[in-house]
Write a protein that binds this ligand. Structure first.
Ligand SMILES: Cc1cc2nc3c(=O)[nH]c(=O)nc-3n(C[C@H](O)[C@H](O)[C@H](O)COP(=O)(O)OP(=O)(O)OC[C@H]3O[C@@H](n4cnc5c(N)ncnc54)[C@H](O)[C@@H]3O)c2cc1C
Length: 401
């Protein structure tokens, strides 16, 4: 069996590795530019454990995967820092108390922090500005480019071939089954094609009559030169009620938001090539969220912003990715639309795709990610854009999913 993976972001690289490890045939990954050059390179790289259906098993598998990659000599920059969840509402407090109960049952050293302890852990935090602080120790961050390289190099070691600067211009289908891909280097025959082309996946499959319910939104964070500089191991934070998050970045303070009425953007409007490229900053859109950051971390008010990172990221109407087989076209699978959790879900996605291709039962519930679960509505652009614009904040506020 020959499998072609289209796209060399963190998802395509993980899929290629998991397929190659499965040993079911030849695996070829085709990336039109350089590995990680789409959305992956500017990801914040956070992975946060939560005992919810969407995060629990995928994240425990992500941790297992990071350990496996490290054991075999692949560096990802993973650093366990723990994450402080800052609450302001009764609902969020209730959700975190539920998380805490699960953590205690499993012997995970999560705990509610006294203000003095929180302040000692995060020198910029004013604990009097929040109602409660729950520390979740099973969280941290990594370097997304290193993770992508780690997957790719592990994939090569397992026998996969990875070709950069090869543009896939179309997926070839004959009599209801995939026969290969047309590329800038000619035709590549394949029995299985996995579309892992990030926000370009929808456009890639549209000529086949497949309307993937994914659409990109502008998604951003900034990096501020704070004083005092933050220690490397400072716990990251999330304030779900204020839709903000942040972490240390080389002594500086990285913070971002999951904004309401997120700005959608048409993939066709992006410059070509869109490689290691960012979108222009939108200070007005970010201002209300950064005010919340300043309220909780007052030193930020005087901290110069050194970087504004605004990149496109695909979202779906229910905040879950599109992973699995495309019915009616044998051999066609998708692994896309990561809802700003592609680094987090990359290991799960690779494992699920490899199990589906090998005909094995997966430890993950494939039905949650059915790529065509929205039916014909995937083709209704007005509906899709309105849904994804809202899910960015709704998905973040509801920590319990
Ligand atoms: C500001 C920001 C912060 C984020 N922070 C986090 C975080 O903290 N934690 C987390 O888990 N996630 C985070 N994310 C989300 C994460 O970065 C993405 O979900 C992930 O990088 C998506 O990976 P991908 O492989 O699907 O897409 P991409 O990285 O875009 O990769 C797709 C690849 O496909 C290639 N391609 C496209 N079309 C073709 C074609 N026709 N032929 C060949 N190749 C093709 C592209 O060149 C590209 O390299 C963040 C995203 C943003 C924007």
């Amino acid at each position: 069996m020959k499998c072609v993976v289209v796209g060399g972001g963190v998802i395509g690289a993980s899929v290629a590795w998991h397929l190659a490890r499965q040993g079911i045939g030849e695996v070829v990954l085709l990336e039109r530019d350089r590995l990680g050059s789409g959305t992956t390179w500017h990801s914040a790289g956070n992975i946060t454990w939560k005992p919810t259906p969407t995060y629990d098993a995928p994240i425990l598998y992500a941790f297992e995967t990071l350990a496996r990659l490290k054991e075999s000599g692949h560096e990802t920059g993973w650093l366990t820092t723990g994450r402080m969840f800052l609450t302001r509402t009764v609902e969020t407090r209730g959700t975190l108390e539920q998380f805490d109960r699960v953590a205690q049952e499993r012997g995970i050293a999560a705990r509610w922090l006294e203000p003095s302890e929180a302040r000692a852990l995060h020198p910029l935090l004013d604990p009097t500005t929040v109602e409660g602080i729950w520390l979740n120790p099973l969280s941290g961050r990594l370097n997304p480019a290193d993770l992508t390289s780690a997957y790719a190099s592990a994939a090569r070691r397992a026998g996969a071939r990875i070709s950069e600067s090869v543009d896939v211009v179309g997926v070839a289908v004959d009599a209801g089954r995939v026969t290969g891909v047309e590329t800038s280097d000619g035709f590549v025959a394949a029995d299985v094609v996995v579309a892992a082309a990030g926000l370009w996946s929808r456009g890639l499959l549209a000529p086949l009559g497949v309307a993937l319910a994914q659409w990109p939104c502008e998604h951003f964070y900034v990096i501020a030169e704070v004083s005092p500089r933050l220690p490397r191991e400072t716990p990251s934070f999330v304030a779900p009620d204020d839709l903000i998050y942040g972490r240390e970045e080389v002594g500086k303070f990285l913070f971002g938001c999951f904004d309401e009425n997120a700005k959608t953007l048409d993939p066709a409007s992006l410059p070509k090539p869109f490689s290691f490229t960012l979108l222009p900053p939108d200070w007005d859109k970010t201002a209300p969220y950064f005010e919340q950051v300043m309220r909780i971390f007052p030193a930020v008010e005087k901290a110069p912003i050194r970087h504004f990172v605004n990149g496109p990221e695909s979202f779906t109407p229910d905040g879950l990715p599109l992973i699995g087989r495309v019915p009616n076209i044998d051999g066609l699978l998708v692994a896309t639309a990561m809802n700003s959790a592609g680094v987090t879900w990359s290991a799960m996605t690779g494992s699920l795709i490899a199990d589906i291709v090998a005909g094995l039962e997966s430890k993950f519930d494939a039905s949650r990610y059915d790529p065509l679960r929205f039916g014909d509505r995937g083709g209704d652009l007005a509906w899709l854009q309105a849904e994804v614009s809202g899910i960015v904040s709704q998905g973040y506020r509801n920590q319990n999913r």
